[in-house]
Design a protein around this ligand. Structure first.
Ligand code: GCU
Length: 614
């Protein structure tokens, strides 16, 4: 079928799809397709597309819909230019303003700070593709809904603001002046994940790196290489090839451990791997990473992988078979000092170094998958990680598309970080209301997570309730299905005054380890007063002193994660002169200033590290 005919056919299909779905779901043209995530982009042949992109702010989506609110065939994705002086084209990327990528748009110019809607991004690039190679375009993340076009053709759509995605463009790319256009829409929707209300800023845009990824015709698409569950000697996992020549030999080499093993891929390009190895295990005290090479006839991928086991035993969390206490802190992906969505290695190093300074061996990355630099630096720094998808507060439990969306984000989170030793817990949700539909929804997520990765613990941040005014009970029915229990409490802030913690007893229905996944109070740095004056550092310090004493009295506590390491922007925090649209529960201000409460936690973690469990 000739090109013009196929395009016509596709356009017809597109229209048909829109009509059927009533949603604007464009069918991907023949030339391009969304490929499942390519593992370890950092270990591939890539070309960065970061930098200035042209941008058109489009609050009414005029570049997508016509005046009848029908999808337009001549939208901005066509990147059209007037062909004659009489031609009418009402947009022009090349004379439009620029936005930096990676980066949220909200903090790049004052007038976009509160902007929620569509912005079109354009990047031009030349690419002389070599023989027998394939080409993909990779996005680290785009918040929230991204429609991607190359040279006027739709190559796909991605929903979810915090996980990576890639599209194959081998048959669409041309040597010169390719026009890559992305429509990014960060509008909140009731059926979305997260839904309408969050206590974090809805930073929009191409918030993480964009790359072109060149691979051989048949390449190493994905792999999972970790210690087999419960074993400290056996490495187990799989490797998946993609391309024509699938049933070929795959070699894994770990030179430092004298490992050189070959496996035969089946006709689907899939190979199970399993072998004994004498490895130094990864731990916070010794975050040992090995160079691991995976080789096939035409492809070679190198990765840095740590090997460790993590599991629960009764009420304990065991790392490499030894009980451990998780000295944690929660972190939002807010950039230190400059504000906005964090995205760089430097941002990661700053945030994780502050966590280390606090005495943490664990971080809860809230409430969505953070950028890959956070995970890779946590691997290198020996910081264990709780990674979570934004099933946050009250989403639409009965809506099947909401479930599918949450499952996709979960699969993408696991796909990207499954080879990171630092990640010990996958979290399904935060502060979701007890109920049948919610339980059914979260059980499906847990099933999906366990089917994708049996080597890590599953959890969620849940809530507690009073059985009498002195007793807190943790008995959320979801507790039946998780390995570790996470619980958020704000005794002394939303719940009474700081000393209320002194008289409280904690009970839990389950013989499982508990992590107190949130606690704390707010104070802007430098705001001082007496210990009972809200919003002062002394009040926040007072909250923490009583919290620490209470936490020490909980026998089944195996970890703590104060809310939160650093102040972060939130649309729910307007209090002038105090919050100014920042949640000030940080132990450190957004400008890196440590508040009095920081030292209360630091002292507690020093005690924990020295005395009890490692
Ligand atoms: C909640 C929630 C956080 C929020 C925090 C707060 O528990 O999980 O996202 O920021 O409390 O109120 O500060």
């Amino acid at each position: 079928m000739s090109n013009s005919l196929s395009r016509l056919f596709v356009r017809g299909l597109t229209a048909f799809a829109v009509l059927c779905s009533g949603l604007l779901v464009a069918v991907t043209p023949i030339g391009a397709q969304q490929a499942t995530l390519i593992a370890n982009i950092q270990g591939r042949q890539t070309t960065s597309l970061d930098g200035n992109w042209k941008a058109i702010i489009d609050p009414y989506e005029s570049g997508y819909y016509d005046y009848r609110y029908e999808p337009s065939a001549n939208g901005y994705f066509k990147d059209a230019k007037p062909k004659s002086k009489s031609d009418l084209i009402e947009y022009d990327f090349d004379t439009s303003e620029s936005l930096k990528v990676p980066g949220d748009w909200n903090t790049q110019t004052e007038r976009l700070l509160l902007y929620e809607g569509t912005i079109w991004y354009k990047k031009s690039f030349d690419y002389a593709r070599r023989e027998n190679t394939r080409l993909f375009v990779y996005f680290g993340a785009a918040n929230y809904l991204a429609d991607v076009y190359l040279n006027g053709e739709k190559i796909g759509r991605h929903e979810g603001g915090f996980t990576p995605f890639n599209f194959e463009i081998t048959n669409l790319v041309r040597d010169k002046s390719n026009s890559l256009i992305v429509k990014v829409d960060n509008r909140r929707r009731r059926d979305a994940v997260p839904t309408l209300i969050t206590d974090w800023w809805n930073y929009g845009g191409l918030t993480r790196q964009v790359k072109l990824v060149e691979t051989p015709a048949t390449f190493i698409h994905d792999y999972f290489i970790q210690l087999q569950k419960g074993s400290r000697q056996r490495v187990a996992g799989w490797i998946k090839l993609n391309g024509e020549k699938l049933n070929q030999k795959i070699t894994i080499r770990i030179p430092e451990a004298r490992i050189n093993k070959s496996f035969a891929a089946d006709t689907n390009g899939y190979a199970e791997i399993s072998f004994e190895a004498n490895l130094t295990l990864w731990s916070p005290d010794n975050p040992k990473l090995y160079d691991v090479m995976i080789e096939t006839e035409a492809d070679r991928v190198q990765d840095e992988i740590g090997f460790r086991t993590v599991e629960t035993k009764g009420g304990d969390i065991l790392l490499n078979g030894e009980p451990i206490f998780l000295r944690g802190v929660c972190i939002h992906e807010e950039a230190p000092f400059r504000g906005g969505r964090a995205y760089s290695r430097e941002d990661a190093l700053t945030l994780l170094s502050w966590a280390k300074e606090l005495g943490a061996n664990f971080v809860r990355l809230a409430h969505y998958p953070h950028n890959e630099f956070m995970l890779r630096e946590a691997d290198r720094m020996g910081i264990m990680v709780w990674s979570e998808i934004p099933v946050y507060w009250t989403i639409q439990w009965e809506n099947p598309t909401t479930l599918e969306n949450a499952q996709n984000q979960l699969s993408e989170m696991i796909a990207r970080d499954k080879n990171r030793a630092a990640v010990i817990i996958w979290s399904m949700a935060n502060e979701t209301p007890v109920g049948e539909a919610r339980l059914a929804f979260l059980k499906k997520l847990i099933e999906r997570a366990r089917s994708l990765d049996s080597t890590r613990m599953i959890s969620a941040a849940m809530e507690r309730h009073y059985v009498d005014d002195k007793t807190q009970m943790i008995d959320d029915p979801l507790g039946e299905y998780v390995d570790v229990f996470g619980c958020n409490e704000y005794v002394g802030w939303y719940d009474g005054l700081p000393e209320k913690a002194d008289g409280l007893t904690w009970k839990m229905k389950y013989q499982k380890p508990l992590i107190m996944t949130e606690f704390g109070g707010e104070a802007p740095y430098g705001n001082h007063g007496d210990a009972l004056t809200r919003w002062t550092e002394e009040y926040q310090e007072n909250v923490y002193q009583h919290q620490v004493n209470m936490l020490k009295r909980i026998p089944f506590l195996r970890g703590t994660c104060p809310w939160i390491l650093m102040d972060f922007r939130s649309p729910r925090r307007p209090l002038p002169g105090i919050q100014d649209f920042y949640n000030r529960k940080g132990l450190i201000s957004d400008q890196g200033q440590k508040k009095k409460a920081f030292y209360v936690m630091q002292k507690y973690y020093r005690e924990v590290a020295e005395t009890s469990v490692k």
